[in-house]
Design a protein around this ligand. Structure first.
Ligand SMILES: *[C@@H]1O[C@H](CO)[C@@H](O)[C@H](O)[C@H]1NC(C)=O
Ligand SMILES: *[C@@H]1O[C@H](CO)[C@@H](O)[C@H](O)[C@H]1NC(C)=O
Ligand SMILES: *[C@@H]1O[C@H](CO)[C@@H](O)[C@H](O)[C@H]1NC(C)=O
Ligand SMILES: *[C@@H]1O[C@H](CO)[C@@H](O)[C@H](O)[C@H]1NC(C)=O
Ligand SMILES: *[C@@H]1O[C@H](CO)[C@@H](O)[C@H](O)[C@H]1NC(C)=O
Ligand SMILES: *[C@@H]1O[C@H](CO)[C@@H](O)[C@H](O)[C@H]1NC(C)=O
Ligand SMILES: *[C@@H]1O[C@H](CO)[C@@H](O)[C@H](O)[C@H]1NC(C)=O
Ligand SMILES: *[C@@H]1O[C@H](CO)[C@@H](O)[C@H](O)[C@H]1NC(C)=O
Ligand SMILES: *[C@@H]1O[C@H](CO)[C@@H](O)[C@H](O)[C@H]1NC(C)=O
Ligand SMILES: *[C@@H]1O[C@H](CO)[C@@H](O)[C@H](O)[C@H]1NC(C)=O
Ligand SMILES: *[C@@H]1O[C@H](CO)[C@@H](O)[C@H](O)[C@H]1NC(C)=O
Ligand SMILES: *[C@@H]1O[C@H](CO)[C@@H](O)[C@H](O)[C@H]1NC(C)=O
Length: 627
């Protein structure tokens, strides 16, 4: 609030001020080389005397609105306002080093660095009528690809918000958001949980379905919000990737994010719900770790192949574009581009959002080293989270229990439970997926050790990344006795969710069910496995229990609002395992530890547009080679 009072005073004096827009801080507050040098941005406008503004009729809100990272008294609001739909292509990292390589570019860059002014206001009414709850003004420039973020709201309430071009009639769509509950509040809360939305492999129906039902308060995204890879031919294939290449530069990452933000269901979800997202590997590149990616080593050869972009530069480009485009707060980004952070959701739960992917992670499976990773997976020195984050994580778990929060909900990327994948893609010699927690056993042991030593219960681990559904009791094998029949011996529950659109277990449901049957057989704590449907899950959290509902999209090959209820689970407070009979004894798809699956035989009627049967849930586009 204070920052907006200061801002208003400066604006009245006729000088653009940038403090109201936290995107200028990304990805670093303190090092201009990692972010934007705001004093220089200001000086540029003073020198050129071009802060008088734009022809406001040329400015548009190009990618809707979004909100996120709710606190009891504030939430982040986001929009993008620009004279261009096209993303800024200057790839500027340090002011003054802009390569002016052509007359055309010179003209473009000079024109586009002029600041754009927007006013935002927040109302308690859907139609923005009545008293304005709070309001503010912010500036944006091409330095941050024209995005805007602003904050300053009152506690636990739904609000509506809208941006306007200063002094003009152009308005953004109206968004809805919600602040977090007050610290001692125990009001029930609903979450929709997503991961792995690959634009070329299907429509994001899952996002729209939760928005249309309107059953939840917040959306969690556990990463793989975008993919860095390339698929299809632009102009020919409806969801071919843009830019049409594997992405490396700041411009590339901005353009890819902007393309994803054209999916109507994603836009709807952002407009309706505050999001709390974290990244997984593909926000930067596949199978990330502290030294590179599966297709990029920290070597001169990789540097040359990437067109002169290093591992670190690529990461900075991706992270900066991510912070420009996502409605999130900055954690301490000077700390190795940190994103991990936590939220107190009343007294009901603490939400810990981890980065098990890019923050100081020991080497992972990169294709050529998978057996080696298996051999070292039990090394005590290996860490998935980095020691700084690990210590924070254990401390947060303790503090959460001490403050008496009922639940600890951990938003994490990778499947936490030990999974023998021999029947799927593992081998008898190497049964585990070394890219998940199974490749970092010591880190997992330290987590269990901390929970057992401190007698911390009611732990709910969430995961994405795997493109399949996995519901397990949290079991520390060899250390505590576990009874798969009753759940005794577990210390919580893992709900791992399938992908919004990335491909899953199989091309037909019998093959996928077969797969689940073997996985459940080989893993006693895995109570339900399902890998056929694309979708998401919802959690309804209260003091007494958590209900988890999994949903599947009949197909993501078209944009449609259909979904199936796949399975329902309950965890009673204090039980620390799934309630028996698990899933009430029967599920729609996949396989339960206890058996029990009914399958609706659906048929798609092209006349009525109703799904009655489908033998595919995924798009499975086979792209012909580019000509
Ligand atoms: C402002 O832009 C609009 C739309 O692009 C155009 O019609 C109008 O002539 C412009 N006004 C000025 C003063 O340039
Ligand atoms: C802005 O919106 C106007 C009116 O819809 C449209 O004519 C113009 O092309 C848009 N400009 C951009 C950059 O999207
Ligand atoms: C920024 O990167 C894009 C490719 O990602 C390239 O086309 C463009 O020329 C670059 N801009 C500058 C100013 O180097
Ligand atoms: C706006 O919303 C308020 C309450 O939400 C309602 O009373 C009013 O009629 C609405 N106005 C319009 C123009 O829809
Ligand atoms: C990375 O290095 C490994 C080991 O030298 C090699 O097998 C692999 O092909 C390299 N990958 C790339 C993309 O250069
Ligand atoms: C892994 O360990 C086995 C058994 O010690 C050994 O035979 C194998 O060569 C090792 N593989 C790698 C890639 O290190
Ligand atoms: C993993 O499962 C396979 C069957 O698919 C079984 O033969 C093997 O013993 C299991 N491995 C471990 C380590 O449990
Ligand atoms: C982790 O715990 C498992 C038992 O679940 C044990 O087999 C393994 O040796 C432990 N590894 C480390 C590094 O502590
Ligand atoms: C499902 O896929 C498997 C493996 O490709 C194939 O063997 C089987 O015939 C298919 N079943 C149906 C019903 O299409
Ligand atoms: C199911 O698995 C068995 C054993 O691996 C295999 O023989 C059968 O073909 C599979 N069925 C389908 C539909 O994939
Ligand atoms: C899950 O619960 C809902 C609401 O009670 C019910 O409509 C749905 O059929 C259940 N789904 C399954 C697979 O049992
Ligand atoms: C599902 O229904 C269709 C159409 O009635 C039928 O052709 C098909 O064999 C059925 N599939 C199964 C697995 O029962």
């Amino acid at each position: 609030m204070v920052s907006f009072l200061i801002l208003a005073a400066l604006a009245a004096a006729g000088t653009a001020s940038f403090e109201g827009n936290i995107n200028y801080d990304s990805p670093s507050f303190n090092h201009a080389v990692l972010g934007i040098d705001v004093p220089k941005v200001k000086a540029r406008h003073l020198e050129k005397r071009d802060y008088t503004g734009w022809n406001t009729s040329s400015l548009n809100f190009t990618h809707g609105v979004a909100s996120g990272d709710p606190y009891p008294d504030s939430v982040i609001l986001w929009t993008r306002v620009s004279p261009f739909v096209e993303n800024d292509a200057s790839n500027i990292t340090v002011e003054g080093t802009v390569p002016l390589y052509s007359h055309e570019t010179e003209r473009y860059i000079r024109a586009s660095t002029r600041p754009i002014c927007v006013d935002w206001r927040v109302s308690a009414n859907r139609n923005m009528s009545g008293a304005v709850v709070t309001t503010g003004r912010a500036y944006t420039t091409s330095d941050i690809d024209y995005t805007v973020e602003a904050k300053g709201l009152e506690p636990f309430t739904s609000y509506y918000y809208q941006f306007n071009v200063c002094g003009a009639g152009t308005s953004s769509p109206i968004g809805r958001t919600k602040t977090a509950p007050a610290e001692h509040d125990e009001t029930p809360i609903g979450l929709a949980v997503y991961s792995c939305s690959n634009y070329p492999t299907g429509y994001f129906n899952a996002y729209g379905n939760a928005a249309r039902k309107d059953n939840v308060d917040y959306v969690l995204h556990l990463g793989d919000y975008i993919y860095e890879t390339r698929a299809g031919v632009l102009g020919r294939d409806p969801r071919a990737s843009n830019p049409p290449r594997i992405i490396f530069t700041l411009y590339d990452y901005r353009t890819r994010l902007a393309q994803y933000r054209t999916d109507l269901d994603l836009l709807l979800s952002h407009q309706q719900f505050p999001w709390i997202p974290v990244w997984d590997d593909h926000e930067i590149a596949n199978n990330g770790w502290r030294g590179g990616y599966s297709a990029m080593n920290n070597t001169e050869e990789s540097f040359v192949r990437a067109g002169g972009i290093s591992v670190d530069q690529r990461k900075m480009n991706a992270v900066r574009a991510y912070f420009e485009w996502m409605p999130i707060r900055q954690a301490s980004l000077d700390d190795n581009l940190r994103i991990w952070r936590s939220f107190k959701m009343g007294k009901l739960f603490d939400l810990l959002m981890l980065d098990t992917r890019h923050y100081d992670r020991s080497i992972t499976t990169l294709g050529w080293n998978n057996n080696y990773i298996y051999n070292i997976s039990n090394e005590a020195s290996r860490t998935l989270m980095g020691s700084n984050q690990e210590n924070w994580f254990y401390r947060q778990l303790s503090e959460s229990a001490q403050r008496g929060a009922t639940w600890r909900i951990i938003g994490n990327q990778l499947v936490f439970s030990r999974i023998n994948t021999t029947s799927w893609f593992g081998t008898f010699e190497n049964p585990y997926n070394g890219d998940q927690w199974d490749g970092y056993m010591a880190n997992r042991n330290r987590t269990y050790q901390h929970l057992f030593d401190n007698n911390i219960g009611n732990n709910i681990m969430l995961a994405g990344d795997s493109h399949a559904n996995w519901v397990s009791d949290l079991v520390w094998f060899d250390e505590s006795d576990y009874d798969p029949a009753t759940g005794a011996g577990a210390v919580g529950v893992e709900f791992a969710g399938t992908a919004v659109s990335s491909t899953g277990f199989g091309r037909n449901i019998s093959q996928a069910t077969n797969q689940s049957r073997y996985l459940v057989r080989d893993n006693s704590e895995l109570q339900w496995s399902e890998g056929y449907y694309r979708g998401y899950f919802e959690l309804q959290i209260s003091r007494e229990k958590i209900d988890a509902s999994y949903f599947g999209c009949p197909t993501v090959a078209t944009r449609n609002p259909f979904e199936l209820s796949l399975a329902n689970f309950t965890v009673m407070a204090g039980a620390n395992h799934l309630q028996r009979p698990v899933a009430g004894g029967t599920v729609e798809s996949g396989y339960l530890q206890t058996g029990g699956v009914r399958q609706t035989n659906l048929t798609y009627n092209t006349q009525t547009g109703q799904y009655l049967y489908t033998n595919y849930s995924q798009m499975w586009i086979t792209y012909p080679p580019a000509t």
